[in-house]
Structures are given as C-alpha cells and as structure tokens.
Ligand binder design. Structure first.
Ligand code: SAM
Length: 272
C-alpha cells in the first residue's frame, strides 16, 4: 500500500498517532527532502529507511517505487510540511499507483490552507484553493483579474520575498478595500493573523520588515452577492460592463458617478 502521510507545518506535535505508527511500520518512507524529514523522524525516534522523492526526480523514482509496492512493500509518502500533493510532490506517483490498482491510503493532518481558512474569519462555506501565485507581477495581476468576481474565499500560498509585491497587486487589481487575511507562521512561535483591507495589509507589511518574514497563506474574501432588488438592473448592467474593462474600484467609481448609486453598496457587489 501507499500511505500519504500529512506531517506538521511547524509545530512538531501536530501529527496523529496513526501517522507515527505507520511511519514506524512501513518498509520505506519516500520524503521530499530526506535531511529535513530526519528532524521529525528523529524527534519521534523513527528509524524507517528513507528515499527521496521530489519534483525533480518524481518521474524517474515512480517506476522504482511502483516495483517495490508490487512486491508487497508498504511505502509512506511525506513532504517537508503538511499534506503531500497539496502544492507538493506526489501527484505522479499517486496517479501511477492508482492505475495499477494498488491501494492509496490517505492519513489526514496539517494543511496550511485549511489551518489558515478556519481561523481567518472569512467565509468557510465555499472556498477555492489556488496554490502559489504566479511569480511574475504581470502574471499575478492577470490571475487576480480573473478572480475579480469570485464569490468564494480564495486561498493562496506566497513566498515571503514576494508578499509585499503580491499585496500591492491585490490593491491595484481588486482594490484597497477588499478584505484579506495574511496568515503567517501558522502553528509556530510567531503565528500571526493580519485581518483587514488589502490597503491596511500593505501598510502593516511596510511598517515593520519583520512582518514580511516567514511563511504566508493569503486569503481574499469573495465578492458579496447582492440581491437584485438592492441595486437597480440598470446600475448592475453598467457596473458589469465597466468591470469587464477596468479594475473593480474604477468601475465602482464611474458607476457611482453615472448612476448616483452609493459607492459602498457597489463596492461589494458582484453579478448574479
Ligand atoms: N503541503 C503543504 C500544505 O499542506 O499546506 C504546503 C506546501 S507548499 C510547498 C509551502 C507553502 O505553504 C509555503 O510557502 C506557505 O505559503 C504555506 N505554508 C506552509 N507552512 C506554513 C505555515 N506554518 N504558516 C503559513 N503558511 C505555511
């Protein structure tokens, strides 16, 4: 069997009893970075043999692991932190293992996206996980523009050296008023949740360089769906046309000027 085992995202205690037992019992642990995983395994006195499986060797490694699974060995897949395959290696292996009909058993546990979402104060009933933002600012802006009318909470991972630029992009594309949450260093000593508008988040990042350090999950609140009666059909129509061509904040500004509708009501609107 192939076991997918979630490991902690910071606090070493965030691992289940079942995960510890299986990491001890399996024949082999495939780890994204064997040196990194040794810290966790040594902490729990686990001495199971390790082999590396990362994004650069997954294609070559998969047939080798498949052969061992076919011989009846049990293998655990772990990554540096959190749930394997979630912005982490393992997809190629799981797909190949499923194709040959060997069982894949997931062991649930830490995942930065879900950990951040549940404590963010943003709606949790519907959400979309977007993984990492594109690295280039122009691509990031394009991606954000495609989410302009998203009504679900959007969840992203972002690297610390890009966090300021990323929030700048959110301000410029979605507007300074959009509610966002920066969930930083989850489960670690300096765990911090910044909750506020994108404009306030940018100020918070700029006021202290320490605020930009660490691992981040970025959450963006969805647009609030307005009932049609709250804003006239005509106003919504104008807002929709302008939003297709302009950043939402500009579309709101112009629609308010054209129709006399209050900006605040328009700001949160999306189209039904
Ligand atoms: N598989 C992992 C999971 O289940 O969350 C994600 C791995 S991905 C390569 C690493 C990214 O997850 C980081 O760059 C950061 O955006 C986010 N992340 C991981 N640990 C985190 C933590 N303790 N606090 C905040 N974000 C974290």
């Amino acid at each position: 069997m192939l076991y997918l085992i979630a490991t902690p995202i910071g606090n070493l205690e965030d691992i289940t009893l079942r995960a510890l037992r299986l990491l001890r019992e399996v024949d082999l642990i495939a780890a994204e970075d064997t040196r990194h995983s040794k810290i966790l395994l040594q902490h729990y006195d686990i001495n199971t043999p390790l082999i590396s499986l990362h994004s650069f060797n997954e294609t070559q490694r998969t047939p080798q692991l498949l052969a061992r699974l076919k011989q009846g060995e049990n293998i655990a897949l772990i990554t540096d932190a959190g749930t394997p395959l979630i912005s982490d290696p393992g997809y190629g292996l799981v797909k190949a293992v499923r194709i040959v009909g060997i069982q894949v058993i997931p062991l649930p546990g830490a995942c930065a996206a879900i950990t951040a979402l549940c404590a963010s104060g943003l709606p949790t009933d519907r959400f979309v996980f977007e993984g990492f933002f594109p690295a280039k600012s122009s691509e990031r802006k394009k991606h954000l523009a495609s989410l302009q009318h998203e009504t679900r909470t959007s969840i992203f991972y972002e690297a610390p050296h890009r966090i300021v630029e990323c929030v700048e992009n959110i301000v410029s594309v979605l507007g300074a008023d959009r509610e966002i949450v920066l969930a930083k260093e989850l489960t670690k000593t300096f765990e911090t949740f910044f909750c506020g508008t994108a404009g306030e988040a940018l100020q918070w990042l700029e006021v202290d360089v320490n605020h930009t350090r660490g691992e981040f999950v970025v959450l963006i609140s969805g647009m609030v769906e307005l009932k049609k009666s709250e804003i006239s059909e005509n106003t919504l129509h104008i807002l929709k046309i302008l939003s297709e061509e302009l950043p939402h904040s500009q579309a709101v500004e112009l629609t308010a000027r054209i129709t006399g509708e209050k900006k605040n009501a328009l700001k949160k609107s999306c189209f039904l």
